[in-house]
Design a binder for this molecule. Structure first.
Ligand code: HEM
Length: 431
């Protein structure tokens, strides 16, 4: 942001690289021209096997995305809701027990690391919904598979920081991940048992008419690992930052709580159905505003032009230029946002004036490379936030609120130290 304040919306950060916060240019790069991803993404490829996320080949991407997209269709996601519910209930039970223990010791509030809890919840959800594996993170706090993937994530953030070096480092798939996932997939295929999850859609591609649509086991492994990486911390950190902002803004928290308290659980259920939550204006506004201030890809979205082009009718750019779309800068730029750095969920309500500048806002990116897990993430975030505020009362701890000011970008945006302690107690909940 400092560079943009000093030099404007376009900053030349190296001879062939532009950092951009201009909304029209970003919209052209990501959506209108739908430019290919930049070479940086090759650094993520293991054993030179591309996945949907790291390929820079548009034709390969188109086929892969078409083949896997049924797994992310809204109707299919709805059938995965019971799997999400199961993990949410485990989370509620675990937090309740911790609070009861504190109560037995004479304190109303328990102290909990909310950041870790949310990370464990989203890992348990993605393990179950992506390929039917129970990581049991909420109950046990650890499982070798996410632990190994976490090490790979740290390695990836190193690769992003040093692209020149990373190009020359051979990148191999972790043998533990390969053997674990091969076992899961082979067991599913040989047992013939079907399960309503993402892996099932990938396995079903083997029956596709066209040979290019059939995924080999190695390709399925690479894809599901990407979901695990792309689909856990992104959601958990966004939920975490939502709660941080609500703690900083008690008036917004009260409005959200009112909206949620106005809902009753259906029948004998103890959790909300997503159909009850998806159109709640304030819940959606709170999530949108959090993603505006804390976009997961704060390091920017990189695209490349292979031809000479003109950006937004005003900037001539030569071929082979890389663009870093600085979403954090465009989503918080005073040129595009009224009281730009203020957390103001009201700006997303229908009645808002001025209306939000949607072409400066791409928390899920846009175009053919936009997030395929967007609907999954919304379903998960709405269910989780509504569950937490229905069941629990959360109070800030001053030291944690200080710590939270120090955010870091590893692969996604997070809090330094990946931990955020809060005081938490149980509310009286009518079922
Ligand atoms: C709040 C939650 C999430 C946010 C803000 C988010 C954001 C993004 C962004 C910005 C991109 C573009 C990345 C780039 O260009 O390098 C992306 C891509 C992607 N996301 Fe998400 N994501 C979220 C959750 C998820 C979930 C839950 C899944 C899977 C279950 C997922 C799977 C993917 C995949 C596979 C891609 C690559 C798509 C492609 O290149 O075709 N994401 N996401």
């Amino acid at each position: 942001m400092k560079l943009h304040q000093q030099y404007g919306h376009v900053v030349r950060i190296s001879p062939k690289k532009l950092l951009i916060s201009d909304k029209d240019m970003i919209t052209q790069i990501l959506a209108k021209d739908d430019m290919p991803k930049a070479d940086l993404y090759l650094s993520f490829q293991m054993d030179n096997n591309p996945t949907m996320h790291d390929t820079i080949d548009k034709a390969f991407h188109k086929t892969r995305r078409r083949v896997v997209s049924p797994a992310f269709a809204i109707r299919y996601l709805a059938t995965m809701e019971p799997l999400m519910h199961e993990k949410m209930q485990i989370m509620v039970d675990k937090v309740t027990k911790t609070i009861e223990l504190a109560n037995a010791n004479g304190t109303k509030y328990a102290e909990m690391d909310l950041w870790k809890l949310l990370q464990h919840l989203t890992l348990d959800i993605i393990g179950s919904t992506a390929f039917g594996t129970d990581f049991n993170m909420i109950k046990t706090g650890s499982h070798p598979l996410p632990d190994r993937i976490n090490s790979r994530l740290k390695y990836s953030s190193f690769l992003i920081m040093f692209p020149m070096i990373s190009r020359h480092i051979p990148k191999h798939m972790d043998p533990y991940l390969v053997s674990f996932m091969t076992k899961v997939i082979e067991e599913r295929i040989t047992s013939g048992k079907r399960r309503q999850d993402i892996l099932q859609i990938l396995i079903d591609t083997q029956k596709a008419e066209s040979v290019e649509d059939r995924l080999a086991i190695a390709e399925m492994i690479n894809e599901v690992i990407i979901y695990l990486v792309a689909g856990s911390e992104t959601s958990s950190n966004t939920i975490g930052f939502t709660i941080v902002e609500l703690l900083k803004h008690p008036e917004a928290m009260a409005k959200l709580r009112q909206e949620i308290d106005d809902l009753e659980f259906e029948d004998e259920k103890t959790l909300f159905q997503h159909s009850q939550l998806k159109a709640l204006p304030y819940l959606n506004a709170v999530i949108s505003e959090t993603m505006r201030l804390y976009p997961v890809a704060t390091a920017g979205l990189q695209r490349k032009t292979y031809t000479d082009i003109t950006l937004a009718g005003k900037l001539a750019v030569p071929e082979n230029t890389t663009f870093v779309c600085n979403m954090f800068a465009s989503q918080t730029h005073p040129d595009y946002w009224h009281v730009a750095d203020k957390f103001l969920p009201e700006r997303w309500l229908d009645s808002a004036y001025p209306e939000p500048t949607l072409d400066a806002y791409y928390p899920f990116s846009a175009g053919s490379r936009g997030c395929i897990g967007k609907n999954f993430a919304y379903q998960e975030m709405r269910l989780c936030i509504a569950t937490i505020f229905k069941y629990f009362d959360i109070k800030p701890i001053s030291l944690s609120m200080e710590k939270v000011k120090d955010t870091r970008q590893y692969v996604t945006l997070t809090i330094r130290g990946n931990s955020f302690n809060v005081h938490i107690s149980k509310r009286e909940t009518k079922h």
